[in-house]
Design a protein around this ligand. Structure first.
Ligand SMILES: [Ca+2]
Ligand SMILES: [Ca+2]
Ligand SMILES: [Ca+2]
Ligand SMILES: [Ca+2]
Length: 550
């Protein structure tokens, strides 16, 4: 154990304003064990993840099955450069949320978990001779957390915007305090209630595992410790696999690569959810969206494996985006599909066969739909259990030939004359379409679709011969189809993410009717923006539609 003497100024500041004070150190051994009638205190996480902490057996976390949580090393804050909402900010441009002893935004609360302490009946909060302290005994690494008194017991800080706001305000008057290997004293007035229970929330500060222990004593009368609630803190990236065909915005896709694999594989159930991001995201943002998705599902009780599949979409700052940057990214999306199919067939995912769910956002649906189509074409069956298309930026007529105003190459693909994604049902048991007819970005998709073929790039279409050209070169199906789709072939339909379809789609979820998604640009990414408190039901619905245990 290394003594925490590195931040005396910080601690001195805390002593005067917080409900915590630093104890003078461990109790001499001569005092330990005194007092026969001294019953132990109890400390618990919500180990069984049912949303509340019970002091019976059900929430005990053991060394072999610790309570695992991620470090709060991202930057949740207000995004003044992009969509003007609480969001993840570029982690390279500032310090992480856990670097200070307050909670900045409600959004940051998704990086907190609950812990509670109950003291035995002999404890008397009005008797200041009682001392309550907390520490972590490191088993691996150097685990540390920061503890804040909870504004309310339970998970209201994650589900109620007003409780969340109270929690944020409370953190400014009752600053959080770091708990590491040295005992830290907790103000006993927090236990001045009939149950003698104090509720806290905590964020992870540094990696490692070990029991979080509460120690209660009163000189000559009581000296007793809880056996410890086992905690395992890891980086957020250790909670998911990251597969990529291009962790860049600069070049087209390459062969798939597992950039980072999940740690402690055995601690997850055998459900696997793979997330595929959309257009115009820098590499850090792809991770931020994936981590937000994972955290929000985790708080809904998701215990399965999670993966990010990233692909090299272009990126330009929002005010400077053009329809051509969309088209070029669309081409990369189509070209990323073979890589995704390879990942779905990777031996590492075979233990999850039949239990893989894929969630694709926006232009990510080009990647997923095409990967599944390629799989169906090679005679595969059941590649994925469920495919969720949310706010999908891809022609609806490719999924249901009846929705367009006229036949197009998506509804009547020139090779085979079937609709393009007609065989997806062979490889995906369930296909669910999450739609918002007012979606801003999908309105942009409509405008861009109307501009195809992109004459400025030399593309044209001869409607009599039904042929596409780049300058004088004839473009052919199937060899040039990705280029044709991305730059030349206009769909006569709406985008899938803005319209209810039949065809290969099994079910529709209306984001506007059910979750109030509207026409603001940020609603296109509404499930990733703002605080978890108002969008939790979206993620619960997603898990239900995927039939994932939670
Ligand atoms: Ca529980
Ligand atoms: Ca975040
Ligand atoms: Ca903070
Ligand atoms: Ca955070």
């Amino acid at each position: 154990m290394k003594p925490n003497i590195a931040r005396p100024a910080f601690l001195a500041g805390v002593i005067s304003i917080a409900l915590f004070t630093l104890s003078l150190g461990p109790i001499p051994d001569s005092v330990r064990g005194a007092g026969d009638a001294c019953r132990p205190p109890e400390i618990r996480f919500d180990a069984n993840r049912n949303g509340s902490i019970e002091f019976g057996e059900s929430d005990i976390s053991h060394g072999y099955a610790p309570f695992r949580f991620w470090l709060n090393t991202d930057r949740d804050g207000l995004d003044f450069t992009d969509l003007f909402q609480a969001s993840d900010l570029d982690p390279s441009e500032g310090s992480p949320n856990s670097s200070d002893d307050a909670i900045d935004t409600s959004r940051d609360l998704e990086d907190f978990a609950t812990v509670a302490i109950r003291l035995p009946t002999q404890f008397d909060p009005s008797d200041h001779a009682w001392v309550v302290e907390v520490y972590i005994t490191p088993v691996t690494g150097d685990p540390a957390i920061r503890l804040f008194p909870a504004a309310a017991p339970g998970t209201g800080y994650l589900t109620s915007p007003s409780v969340a706001q109270s929690q944020v305000s409370l953190s400014r008057s009752r600053r959080g305090i770091r708990i590491g290997s040295l005992p830290v004293r907790i103000d006993s007035s927090l236990f001045a209630n009939s149950e003698r229970v104090a509720y806290f929330i905590f964020e992870g500060l540094s990696k490692g595992s070990g029991p979080l222990t509460v120690h209660l004593y009163k000189a000559g009368q009581c000296d007793s410790s809880d056996q410890g609630a086992y905690l395992d803190l890891a980086e957020a990236v250790d909670f998911y696999d990251h597969w990529t065909v291009g962790d860049t915005t600069q070049n087209g896709p390459h062969a798939p690569q597992l950039l980072h694999a999940v740690q402690n594989e055995e601690s997850f159930t055998n459900d696997y959810v793979l997330f595929v991001h959309g257009w115009n995201q820098q590499p850090w943002k792809r991770r931020a969206f994936a981590e937000t998705a994972y955290k929000r599902m985790w708080h809904q009780g998701f215990r399965g494996r999670f993966g990010l599949f990233s692909w090299p979409t272009e990126w330009v700052p929002l005010p400077f985006i053009t329809h051509l940057s969309f088209d070029r990214s669309e081409l990369r999306a189509w070209m990323s599909a073979p890589g995704l199919l390879e990942v779905l067939l990777d031996p590492k995912l075979q233990p999850y066969a039949g239990r893989i769910r894929v969630v694709a956002h926006s232009l990510g649906n080009v990647v997923v739909s095409e990967a599944l189509r390629l799989g169906a074409e090679t005679g595969r069956s059941q590649l994925v259990h469920t495919y969720i298309a949310t706010q999908a930026a891809v022609a609806a007529s490719a999924y249901d030939p009846t929705v367009g105003r006229a036949p197009d190459v998506y509804s009547r693909y020139p090779v085979g004359r079937e609709y393009y994604f007609s065989r997806l049902g062979r490889v995906a048991e369930n296909i669910v379409n999450f739609i918002n007819e007012d979606d801003f970005a999908l309105g942009f998709w409509r405008l861009n679709n109307g501009l195809k073929p992109e004459r400025i790039l030399g593309y044209r279409y001869n409607s009599r011969s039904e042929q596409f050209f780049r300058n004088s070169m004839l473009l052919r199906f199937p060899d040039n189809r990705y280029e044709i789709f991305s730059f030349a072939a206009r769909s006569s339909s709406d985008p899938l993410g803005a319209t209810q379809v039949g065809g290969v789609v099994n079910r529709t979820v209306d984001l506007k009717k059910e979750f109030g998604f509207g026409a603001s640009p940020s609603d296109h990414v509404g499930q990733f923006m703002g605080g978890i408190q108002s969008i939790g039901p979206y993620w619960a619905r997603l898990l239900n539609e995927m039939n994932v245990q939670h």
